[in-house]
Design a protein. Structure first.
Length: 122
């Protein structure tokens, strides 16, 4: 990842192996999740995808056979093989699943609470 995006990072990210579906009104692309935070996700660039910074999409991350995280996202940055998405909206069930995933992987519930608090100020 670029130095610029690392300098701006304020939210903890976890590496998590999951399939992902990016969609707009007319298309769906399959991809792989590289990492995720409370504020967004980094995905592998799928074949045939031609978006631009600022474009909005639906994103679904399949955690297991029963649990998926769904969010509305916008493109924050595009690199040679990766797309960085910023979460614009996430429903209650999805943020609950994401919070639990973050807690389990980081092992620090207080850190997650601070990051959730920061989301309220952004």
């Amino acid at each position: 990842m670029s130095d610029f995006s690392n300098e701006k990072r304020r939210f903890s990210r976890i590496v998590f192996n999951s399939s992902a579906t990016i969609s707009d009104d007319n298309n769906r692309w399959q991809s792989d999740l590289i990492d995720i935070s409370l504020k967004g996700a980094l995905l592998a660039l799928p074949d045939g995808w031609q978006g631009d910074i600022g474009d909005e999409y639906g994103l679904e991350l399949q955690l297991n056979d029963e649990i998926a995280i769904q969010m509305n996202v916008s493109v924050a940055h595009i690199e040679a093989r990766h797309i960085g998405f910023r979460c614009e909206h996430i429903d209650f069930d999805s943020i609950t699943h994401l919070r639990r995933l973050m807690e389990l992987n980081l092992g620090d519930a207080e850190l997650i609470n601070r990051e959730l608090s920061m989301l309220g100020h952004i």
